[in-house]
Design a protein around this ligand. Structure first.
Ligand SMILES: Nc1ncnc2c1ncn2[C@@H]1O[C@H](COP(=O)(O)OP(=O)(O)O)[C@@H](O)[C@H]1O
Ligand SMILES: Cc1ncsc1CCOP(=O)(O)O
Length: 269
């Protein structure tokens, strides 16, 4: 059972969520963080990364557009966060696309302890050793055949694994959740995965457990997408959808989450 009231914790706690993230969706991530009731800060200068991490309540490391300076900032901020017990969430955007991304992920996973790793199926499958994906979007991978690998990754990394797709899958190695909310239009707008990661960090920063943070954030993303798409007229498309998605997150509350949620949770055998 998920306590959906915890969504309101974000507005009450108003946590600072530090993002080292990609140049494509950085502003969307800042705005979705604000829409949920948290406060974003985005900077990639290694010179201030440790100090910024120490004052935050959660750290997002999103590898969408890596650079040498950003890679250094991620390791510096990550070490500072780990030392202070501040939770870190990793978004391995485009994980399998290049060797540089694979090496960066190996370094991050070797050096840092993550509370949550959130990506699409191709990205998380790459972390499980099944390299795939042409760019940053998911390709292939039937959910049923791959969930045992996600559970194993959770055990190996001691992190909650949050995998988005038509059906989202979350495991902390002991229990698993399937989230059926969403709309295919979410996959046609860039940044919805990055924003799902930001929302997961907002929950994590508000003292919600990693497993519940992952579920609540993906339900909120999916429900906001469903409500946004249902409001579109025949002449409206992804531009209006994107704006309405922000509005729906801004107005998201306990009642909407518990009424619209499509979640199945079970314990692993
Ligand atoms: N075919 C789909 N049907 C319904 N929801 C989807 C679909 N594809 C993705 N979503 C939703 O879109 C959001 C972003 O997921 P995804 O597109 O997998 O992330 P990414 O942008 O990292 O590739 C998630 O909330 C997910 O549930
Ligand atoms: C298109 C693109 N290229 C590098 S990062 C990025 C954004 C990816 O965003 P998301 O993973 O949320 O679709």
């Amino acid at each position: 059972m998920v306590d959906w009231h915890q969504w309101e914790n974000i507005r009450t706690a108003h946590p600072l969520v530090y993002h080292i993230t990609n140049q494509v969706t950085i502003q969307d991530c800042a705005n979705i963080t604000l829409a949920s009731g948290a406060s974003p800060v985005m900077t990639s200068d290694p010179g201030e990364a440790a100090e910024m991490a120490r004052m935050s309540q959660a750290l997002v490391l999103n590898i969408g557009t890596p650079s040498p300076l950003q890679r250094e900032a991620m390791l510096t901020a990550g070490r500072a966060a780990n030392e202070k017990g501040i939770p870190i969430i990793l978004d391995p955007v485009g994980a399998g696309a290049t060797s540089l991304r694979i090496r960066l992920l190996e370094a991050l996973l070797k050096t840092l302890k993550f509370s949550i790793i959130r990506g699409n199926r191709s990205e998380i499958a790459t972390l499980c050793g099944h390299r795939g994906g042409r760019g940053v979007d998911a390709e292939g991978n039937e959910l049923d055949s791959i969930t045992p690998h996600f559970r194993e990754l959770s055990r190996q990394t001691d992190a909650t694994i949050s995998v988005s797709g038509a059906t989202d899958y979350i495991t902390d190695g002991h229990q698993e959740a399937f989230v059926g909310n969403g709309t295919p239009l979410l996959a046609q707008v860039t940044g919805t995965g990055c924003m799902a990661t930001s929302l997961t960090a907002c929950c994590l920063a508000s003292e919600i457990t990693p497993f519940e943070s992952a579920i609540i954030a993906l339900v909120a993303t999916g429900v906001a997408g469903e409500k946004a798409v249902s409001s579109l007229s025949t002449t409206e498309g992804i531009g209006t959808f994107r704006i309405r998605f922000f509005d729906e997150i801004f107005h998201m509350n306990t009642e909407t989450l518990s009424k619209w949620r499509k979640v199945r949770i079970s314990r692993h055998a």
